[in-house]
Each structure stands twice: as structure tokens, then as C-alpha cells.
Write a protein that binds this ligand. Structure first.
Ligand code: SF4
Length: 129
């Protein structure tokens, strides 16, 4: 049996939040293949993402407004395999820092501007995800 590594350090809410690099990658709309469970990333970003500030514009209410938005914590980061590989939390958990850090700025369209039935057309291969 392979045991999962755990994040042992304890974090205050503030120190946990400071780990985020505000790359915006986790705010991309993802589609799941119902048959295989495979996750596909699109170049469409959540309607509440503020690309100027590179931050969620409704951060405190995000889970109410977007029920599928998951709140990351030291207790669940190990389960979120769909998080981008270069996510600061995933790197911390997997102890696999990546040499290059990029953001989605200037590379996305807002969910507000894309009809739901066109999301599939926006699946892209993010090489730096
Ligand atoms: S992918 Fe990770 S580092 Fe990037 S914005 Fe999301 S939580 Fe922060």
C-alpha cells in the first residue's frame, strides 16, 4: 500500500491564502468526459474572474454563487488531481516545483461571452498548465 504524503505544517487562513500565485488556472472552465472521467480544460474563465486583478471578484461568496467551486484547504488538496500541475498548492503537496510559472492573463475569454453549448469548442491544450 502506498501512503499519500500529507501537508504537515499548520497554516493560518492568511498564510494558506498567500501560497496562491494568482495564476488563474484553477478558474478555467473544465469539462469532464462522462464515460472516462477525463477532465478537459478550456480557454474559458469563470464569469466572476477579474482578469485585471487576476482574482475572483466574489471571493467570499464564490461557493454560494458557483456551487461547483471548491474551497481548497490543507485537508483536501491531495484529492484534487484536476488542479493544474503548476498550481502552487499542488506543487507544495507533491513537492514538485515547476521552473516556469505562467498565468492565464490575456489568454482567455469570459464565461459570460460563451454560450454553454459552445464550451466544447474551447477545449485547448494548455502546455503550461
Ligand atoms: S491554480 Fe493554484 S496557484 Fe493558480 S490561482 Fe488557482 S489556487 Fe492559486
Amino acid at each position: 500500500m502506498v501512503s499519500q504524503p500529507k501537508i504537515c505544517r499548520s497554516y493560518t487562513p492568511e498564510s494558506w491564502e498567500r501560497i496562491c500565485r494568482r495564476c488563474g488556472k484553477c478558474c478555467l472552465i473544465k469539462l469532464e468526459d462522462e464515460d472516462t472521467g477525463e477532465i478537459y480544460y478550456t480557454n474559458v474563465v469563470c464569469r466572476y474572474f477579474d482578469e485585471e486583478k487576476m482574482a475572483c471578484s466574489v471571493y467570499e461568496k464564490r461557493c454560494e454563487l458557483v456551487p461547483s467551486c471548491l474551497k481548497l484547504s490543507p485537508g483536501n488538496v491531495d484529492k484534487l488531481k484536476w488542479m493544474p500541475k503548476t498550481c502552487a498548492y499542488r506543487e507544495l503537496f507533491e513537492k514538485s516545483p515547476s521552473p516556469v510559472h505562467s498565468t492565464i492573463k490575456g489568454r482567455v475569454v469570459s464565461e459570460r461571452d460563451v454560450p454553454e453549448d459552445e464550451l466544447e469548442d474551447h477545449i485547448v491544450d494548455w502546455e503550461d498548465l
